[in-house]
Design a protein around this ligand. Structure first.
Ligand SMILES: N[C@@H](CCC[C@H](N)C(=O)O)C(=O)O
Length: 277
């Protein structure tokens, strides 16, 4: 079958077109596709299905033609993927499955409808406003790092590093330990440090992430939204724009009264065919 490879700030995905939902995709097949040695390699799979043809999308079919069926690289599902949605939109437009109309392009996801806007290399998606809901801790290599739990449609724990700890030096080859009662379905853990001042005086944050279901990735869009919401809260603000630098590049997050815009580059890099066994 056909595939396309794409990424958003080096968060990379294998895109599988399956308009009628006919593909027998299983966790094992997704894990095999995402294997970086034995497969194509990717942080996740984006299956492109008509909303009306997927059980998780059918209720949204009146609002969006396409459903982003997102899978993590270990074969698990997630409710939402910010960078994935941005790459998904790039794919819809480049392949002509959607046309850039006058308004925003709606995409159905497990976390509801997301609206997208394209400007040159950048794709921006409007998601729900992040909700800060609990204090918790991530344990990493003997360190106990306090953080804030944030719901962006999927779960996050944002842990600003104490002064003196080097973000680049963290060992993220293993999953941080988290409170399994607070996060019964797992959690994405973001570690942050303050960035240099940026023009306009908006907050600027450096971030690394250990993703549920995909281990360390070079970027996480929903994670950047969670990090931005915490940075604004810490600055005594409810709304504003935050530059979030991840190992794969820069994401810009604007939190307003009712939503959160995530913007950054989204590119397609290869197409080909694979045999799914
Ligand atoms: N990289 C994504 C998030 C993907 C889902 C996550 N691993 C989860 O299980 O919630 C993003 O860009 O948001």
């Amino acid at each position: 079958m056909e595939f396309t490879k794409g990424h958003g700030t080096a968060n990379d995905f294998v895109i599988l077109p399956d308009p009628d939902g006919a593909l027998d995709l299983t966790p094992e097949k997704v894990a095999a596709i995402c294997d970086r040695r034995r497969g194509l390699g990717g942080d996740g799979v984006l299956r492109v299905v008509r909303a009306a043809r997927h059980p998780d999308g059918i209720a949204l079919a009146g609002e969006a033609e396409w459903f982003m069926d997102y899978w993590n690289s270990d074969g698990s599902f997630a409710e939402m993927c910010g960078n994935g949605t941005r790459v998904f939109v790039r794919y819809l437009l480049d392949t002509g499955l959607a046309t850039p109309g006058d308004g925003d392009l709606p995409v159905a996801t497990r976390a509801g409808i997301v609206h997208a806007r394209v400007a040159g290399d950048a794709v921006a998606v409007q998601m729900r406003r992040p909700r800060l809901y609990a204090a918790s801790t991530a344990a990493l290599g003997g360190l106990a790092l306090p953080g804030t739990a944030v719901d962006v449609g999927n779960p996050h724990l944002v842990c600003p590093l104490p002064a003196g700890l080097d973000l680049a030096g963290l060992d993220l080859t293993r999953a941080p330990h988290v409170d399994e009662d607070l996060f019964p379905h797992g959690v994405n853990v973001e570690f942050t440090a303050p960035g240099d001042a940026v023009d306009g005086g908006d907050p600027h944050v450096l971030m690394r992430v250990y993703e549920r279901g995909s281990a360390e990735t070079l970027s996480c869009g929903t994670g950047a939204c969670a990090v931005a919401a915490v940075a604004l809260y810490d600055a005594g603000r409810e709304t504003g724009t935050v530059a979030v630098d991840v190992p794969g590049g820069r994401l810009t997050v604007t939190v307003d009264e009712g939503s959160c815009w995530l913007s950054g580059p989204a590119v397609l890099v290869a197409t080909g065919t694979i045999t799914l066994v």
